[in-house]
Write a protein that binds this ligand. Structure first.
Ligand SMILES: [Zn+2]
Length: 328
């Protein structure tokens, strides 16, 4: 007979033991639901590649946000689909008519305690679908980071004036966090935190999001400014620079294929880290569960808890609205 002093299975024998030694727990406060705001009235367009996710006009958005708040969620991340696009994406700094600005004012009034985080970028607002101002270089149109910074400042200021609780620059534009911090501070919004998409990878898992936000690039791709999926040291440099520029929360996007990056960030930096569980990751689970190949609830809870185990403090996920009702 083998004599075993250590039997780890002892504490797995029943649910009470398992609960007593559970190392990570998912809570409603960890979850952030992304929402797509569409111009118009009575709009509720389901996104084909993201069953259960919709583009909402502001009237419907209010209803959904209230429902999410009542279920226990405390933060949403807003993406806008404007009535019109132009070369510069000027809807993003239009105080009066900007889609995000209108949504902020309406939501602040209707659901004042919900934390409203705004995506700060240009790809949904420009006719060319790129994340900023383009410049011609060697016969090719490329993103001009420095020129984009001026417009980022305009957008950030307008979001702040309209009631945003937190700003989330997502374009991987060099210097974005710094210019936004400087702008906010200069206008008296020193208290508004910045959640930076610090390590945003050029990923194939964004496909469904582009249907949802209607911001696919009309030519080329985003590999010239988003990160190469083969790199993680570079992600640490991005995070370090964002912290120096004043980021309050850093983010890794996507999340499932980049959990090692979340883990390394948390080991090295003492800063809250968010994981963005992206549209393609959502679509995979949805598609397989619809076919009966996966148990949706079990898989979602396993995935979200794993982000916490990896070190994520916050999880941005399209599953948030469901997961909040599945918490123990
Ligand atoms: Zn963008």
């Amino acid at each position: 007979m083998t004599y075993l002093v250590n039997r780890l299975s002892r504490l797995r024998a029943n649910e009470t033991f398992r609960q007593m030694v559970r190392e990570n727990r998912l809570e409603a406060g960890d979850l952030i639901q992304p929402l797509f705001v569409h111009h118009g009235d009575q709009v509720k367009n389901e996104i084909d590649s993201m069953p259960g996710q919709f583009q909402y006009s502001i009237d419907n958005l209010i209803e959904v946000t209230q429902r999410l708040y009542d279920a226990g969620l405390r933060a949403v991340l807003l993406f806008g689909i404007p009535a019109g696009k132009d070369e510069a994406g000027s809807d993003t700094w239009d105080d009066e008519h900007g889609i995000i600005q209108q949504a902020l004012r309406a939501l602040k009034k209707a659901v004042p305690k919900m934390i409203l985080i705004t995506d700060v970028c240009f790809c949904e607002y420009t006719t060319h679908g790129h994340c900023g101002v383009l410049v011609e270089r060697n016969g090719q149109k490329v993103l001009d980071h420095d020129a984009t910074l001026d417009n980022l400042a305009l957008q950030a200021a307008s979001h702040a004036r309209s009631g945003a609780d937190m700003l989330a620059p997502s374009g991987m534009i060099d210097g974005a966090v710094g210019i936004i911090r400087e702008t906010l501070d200069g206008l008296g919004y020193q208290h508004l935190p910045i959640m930076s998409y610090s390590a945003k990878y050029a990923s194939s898992f964004y496909g469904p999001f582009r249907d949802a936000a209607q911001g696919a690039p009309q030519f080329g791709d985003r590999r010239s400014h988003q990160m190469d999926c083969a790199n993680s040291n570079e992600a640490l440099r991005e995070v370090e620079i964002d912290i120096q520029e004043g980021a309050d929360i850093v983010m890794v996007k996507p999340a499932l294929s980049f959990m090692d990056v979340i883990c390394r960030i948390k080991e090295l930096f003492n800063i809250p880290c968010a994981a963005y569980n992206v549209s393609g990751e959502y679509a995979m689970v949805k598609a397989a569960s619809e076919r009966g190949w996966l148990d949706e609830k079990q898989c979602v809870m396993e995935i979200l808890t794993s982000f916490k185990r990896a070190g994520a403090d916050l999880i941005i996920t399209y599953h948030a609205g469901d997961a909040v009702n599945w918490l123990p």
